[in-house]
Design a protein around this ligand. Sequence first.
Ligand code: FAD
Length: 468
Amino acid sequence: MTKRIIHIFKNDLRLSDNPSLIEASKAGHIIPIYIVDESDLHTDSAQNWWLQKSLEKLKKSLDNNLYFFKGNYKDIITSIISENDIQGVYWNRSYDSYSIQRDKDLKLYLEENNIEVKTFNSLLLWEPWQVAKPDGSPYRVFSPFYRKGCLNQKEPRFPLPQPNQINYFKINGSKDIKSLNLINGFNWYDKLNEHWDIGEKAAQKKLSLFLEDGIDDYKDGRNFPSKKNVSRLSPHIRFGEISPNQIWYAARSLKEDRNIDHFCSELGWREFSYYLLYHFPFIEKENLNKKFDNFPWTNNLEYLQAWQKGSTGYPIIDAGMRELWETGYMHNRVRMVVGSFLVKNLLIHWHYGHAWFNSCLVDADKANNTAGWQWIAGSGADAAPYFRIFNPITQGQNFDEDGIYTKKWIPELSKLPNKYLFNPWEASSDILNEADLELGKDYPLPIVDIKESRSIALKAFETIKNKS
Ligand SMILES: Cc1cc2nc3c(=O)[nH]c(=O)nc-3n(C[C@H](O)[C@H](O)[C@H](O)COP(=O)(O)OP(=O)(O)OC[C@H]3O[C@@H](n4cnc5c(N)ncnc54)[C@H](O)[C@@H]3O)c2cc1C
């Protein structure tokens, strides 16, 4: 008898280079399912909006053969198995502690019931347990992790083509994406539509365009938010519409140079985030560096709101926060600058920034978001030292010199001469009048003084500096 295999889609919403789907298709007739795990759901978030669109695209590529479920993984699989004669359940592995435990329990249950279980790696270039320091302990510093740990391993798996043929087995179940209730009537989502083309094909197209016309000056250009030198592939990678292996090999197939190496090393930072989450699972909620547990955060909620709304009075910060709200994305340089401002100048715990990004980013990713915030707060692995406080004025002047990015997101500053774009409060009243700008009315005055808040932050750090 031909085997019937369930493939559980997770963060692998693609047909090509999907090891579990490919093996399941070879082994027999497949039942592709997607389960919304309610305990792990991020309601009212941009990532849910992306997920819904991506699942719709995936269902089309599977000739409408994708079943949607919501609830507990084990209960759902048990119920499908009890109603159908199923021989195997395959999936691609996850690396956060919640999913690892959930999948372990499911595997145990299936094996006890003589159902074949196969799991695969579709998410990472190197499995986190393969990479270790010579003494066997996990790396905590990026450079040796990547150069000694990863690049000395055997080359990542070469990407696999999509299955030649897929035979489906039909079950009773909903194929209506609306049954998942991923997004409600929130009209915030409408504007995200303008900025993104979603799904496996769109991801491949974006990669090709970036390799043709963006990677050339990646190493330097990636720092400037108005340049086209970043790929914007992050949400596609987050949902597995494209695999890191596909990106790695597509980039490596071009002539070797520092831009390609640097781009691949950023994929390496992603590996590092997953590696940290796997080896130190508590970092999703707790500081990796325990001395930060005693940090005297002040968590002023009015400041937090001003930051979220993009009305801090610091143009590069406000441009970034408005870009995030309008598009669900923020350029990496600006993520670092707004992050530093929140945790250092405003003394607000990184948890608040993490939660806001988790709601607003279309690429919100357990590993990258956590590692990014701990890095910026100084509490993470190989983190930015706490005393490195990004200055929003000079960051704007250095990385958006001509103001293209800032003026795009803060049009009320569009007539201001670039000399004052990042410090409008220093412009004379004549200059402000000419720019049709009344500070405090058309655009806010700074909510904190940059020098003073910096010195308060450094004093706060002194209180924990010598703690172990
Ligand atoms: C506070 C903070 C929070 C962040 N939260 C997230 C998040 O939730 N999801 C997310 O994908 N990235 C996050 N990042 C990392 C980084 O900002 C984004 O991956 C990057 O901006 C995505 O844009 P891109 O695809 O154009 O990147 P590119 O420069 O084109 O890089 C290609 C890919 O490499 C990976 N990458 C690049 N930079 C980093 C990095 N610093 N760390 C880890 N992986 C990286 C991403 O998968 C990215 O898509 C965060 C960074 C900070 C400072």
